[in-house]
Write a protein that binds this ligand. Structure first.
Ligand SMILES: Cc1cc2nc3c(=O)[nH]c(=O)nc-3n(C[C@H](O)[C@H](O)[C@H](O)COP(=O)(O)O)c2cc1C
Ligand SMILES: [Fe+2]
Ligand SMILES: [Fe+2]
Length: 401
């Protein structure tokens, strides 16, 4: 029998674990050890549920709700986000609790109708609208495009709890629901990875929303997101880290991402890395096809520079590197430099194309050298790349923070 887990007085976690999830949101975000879809139950004169879970797990969520309220009925259902990982169980929920009043943002109500067709007379709420459930006041704070047009948070002022939906999520799937059951480092690493893979394109909005929240002067003892653990001990560190993520605050680190069939581009990557490493700057080197895209995005978020390499195949950039560049083009890159490189046989344009695409993504080019290598790099070519790596390291170290 599945049980709810109490998170504070009168409030319960009624979410589910998806232990086998390895690809979050299709192929967008490979994860290693599962996730959770968090939903919450607030017991008061009126009973409120915040979000549902993916449709296939809905029986579990209902069992957790019943473990607290038995045959009592739910009065309010808050749809903080219409994406199916949080709304997929909604139809089933309404069968179980047909008199529950659904609340959503204006965009949320529209998306629910487009996805589930039936109009449940959604009560549309805006930022700072409130509902009172007896002794608790639920205040809504819209956060459009973090990460769909409809996302919103719900703040309970009497309990100092902020239900933050997709913001501040991470993929930690356990029964220890609180941040302090894990190290600060682990929690922030996971939050960063989540941010880099799901939220990065919306950095400007995140920054603005963080400022709004600060201005609202909310007392927050607990941040309860819709994926992963609940924050209660590391809240200050989390908010500070989120501002760094939102502004892509760089560290002295270079990320090299490449694809290579006959090792020529790989040898170039490794020579550049050697020079950067000898120059005293952190460097990460990833063959794209062999590396989790989640790791690459996470390392890139706080890197100062990116080097992208590809061999030339059928007169084109390798398709996975092209896909990677397409992903970068959505990220509104700020404060980062980049350079392309690669080996070709009889069509020299690939490196120049990579450079063009990097500039279109918002990167400033690190150098005006065109690192286009004809077939195998010689020892002299590799030494020149090492020297360039050292130059890159020096320029990065000398840049004002
Ligand atoms: C499947 C395949 C297709 C290729 N097509 C082209 C091409 O259209 N134009 C070109 O200049 N070189 C082409 N080449 C040659 C490679 O670009 C060249 O061998 C380069 O050194 C490969 O670098 P790598 O070892 O990093 O993969 C092709 C190589 C392969 C394996
Ligand atoms: Fe979402
Ligand atoms: Fe989500």
């Amino acid at each position: 029998m599945k049980q709810a887990i109490q998170i504070t007085e009168n409030m319960y976690w009624v979410g589910v674990h998806d232990f086998n999830c390895r690809h979050f949101h299709g192929n967008m975000f490979p994860i290693e050890d599962g996730t959770t879809y968090n939903a919450y139950l607030i017991i008061d004169k009126e009973i409120t549920v915040i979000d549902t879970v993916e449709a296939e797990f809905m029986d579990i969520m209902l069992e957790r709700i019943r473990s607290v309220i038995g045959k009592r009925k739910v009065d309010n259902i808050i749809i903080q986000h219409a994406e199916p990982d949080h709304s997929g169980g909604f139809l089933r929920f309404m069968q179980e609790y047909p008199n529950a009043v659904p609340y959503a943002s204006n965009a949320g109500a529209q998306i629910m109708l487009k996805q589930y067709f039936k109009d449940y007379a959604y009560h549309k709420v805006k930022t700072l609208d409130e509902i009172n459930t007896g002794s608790y006041t639920l205040t809504f704070i819209e956060m459009p495009l973090i990460h769909w047009p409809d996302n919103m948070m719900t703040y309970v002022k009497e309990a100092h709890v902020l239900f933050s939906n997709d913001a501040f999520g991470q993929h930690i799937a356990g029964y220890e629901l609180y941040d302090d059951k894990y190290t600060l480092n682990k929690c922030l690493e996971k939050a960063k990875e989540y941010y880099a893979n799901i939220v990065m394109p919306y950095g400007d909005r995140v920054k603005k929303k963080l400022q709004d929240i600060t201005e609202l002067n909310l007392e927050i003892d607990m941040i309860a997101p819709s994926h992963g653990i609940i924050w209660r001990t590391y809240i200050n560190e989390l908010l500070e880290a989120y501002m760094d993520y939102a502004t892509m605050k760089p560290e002295n680190k270079v990320v090299i991402v490449y694809e290579s069939i006959w090792r020529h581009t790989q040898d170039m990557a490794e020579a550049l890395a050697e020079g950067i490493g000898q120059g005293g700057v952190a460097v990460r080197v990833y063959k794209e096809s062999e590396t989790s895209s989640a790791l690459i995005m996470s390392e890139l978020l706080n890197a100062k520079a990116l080097l992208v390499g590809s061999g030339c195949y059928n007169n084109e950039i390798a398709s996975n590197i092209s896909g990677f560049l397409t992903k970068l083009s959505t990220c509104h890159i700020k404060n980062k430099k980049a350079l392309g490189f690669g080996s070709y046989g009889w069509f020299r344009n690939t490196t120049a194309q990579i450079n063009e695409r990097l500039q279109a993504c918002g990167f400033e080019l690190l150098s005006d050298q065109l690192l286009a290598q004809n077939y195998t790099p010689s020892q002299d070519d590799l030494s020149a790349l090492e020297a360039l790596g050292q130059e890159i390291a020096n320029s990065i170290k000398n840049e004002a923070e």
